[in-house]
Design a protein around this ligand. Structure first.
Ligand SMILES: [Zn+2]
Length: 192
């Protein structure tokens, strides 16, 4: 169902150019949820998010990736979710234009690789490039399950989850929650 949104675009601040598409669907083991996409006709800004129907999920979801099979574990990542790979000291936090997506562990690793490559291209320092190359090599091995890494999702809004029988979920501790960003403020997402 598509509807107009009575709010200015967070990017271009145009009035009356936002519309919202809400779809109810079900992801096995994540459960029924509403996928909401908000689009701006003026500047092309687009934002997707997932709102679980049965209330919030535990804020912390984690898996040790030590086999190729585990790289296929499904990942639902909402716009308020921080992703960490502690072994490699990597973190992606939501930021102001973060959008939600559904992927698997391999897809998460690819996104880290792309982010690192963007950093390498913008950096002249050969020392930094060397460290980045080493991280890329280990991520490459992790994608085939040959380098053991842990992937953590931290979502203070409880809308993200790793779906696998060996994934662990728990509530976030207060200390963990304190330092986390919650992503862009899109008014319509607060209805759910
Ligand atoms: Zn706009």
């Amino acid at each position: 169902m598509q509807s107009k949104v009575e709010a200015p675009c967070p990017q271009c601040h145009d009035e009356g150019s936002l519309s919202m598409l809400a779809l109810n669907s079900e992801i096995p083991y994540f459960g029924e949820h509403t996928q909401i996409t908000v689009m701006c006709d003026s500047c092309g800004w687009k934002h997707t998010d997932f709102i679980p129907s049965d209330g919030e999920k535990p804020g912390f979801s984690s898996i040790v990736v030590d086999s190729a099979e585990k790289t296929t574990a499904r990942v639902v990542r909402s716009s308020s979710c921080t992703i960490r790979i502690p072994e490699l000291d990597l973190e992606v936090s939501p930021g102001g234009s973060s959008s939600g997506y559904v992927t698997n562990i391999e897809g998460v690793i690819k996104r880290f690789e792309e982010a690192i490559m963007t950093v390498i291209r913008g950096n002249e320092d050969p020392g930094a490039g060397q460290i980045a190359e080493q991280i890329l090599e280990r991520l490459g091995l992790a994608k085939s399950g040959d380098e053991e890494i842990r992937v953590d999702l931290l979502d203070p809004r409880g809308r993200s989850q790793i779906i696998h029988k060996d994934a662990e979920s728990r509530e976030l501790s207060e200390i963990e929650e304190e330092g986390l960003e919650t992503g862009p403020d899109v008014p319509v997402f607060e209805m759910g």
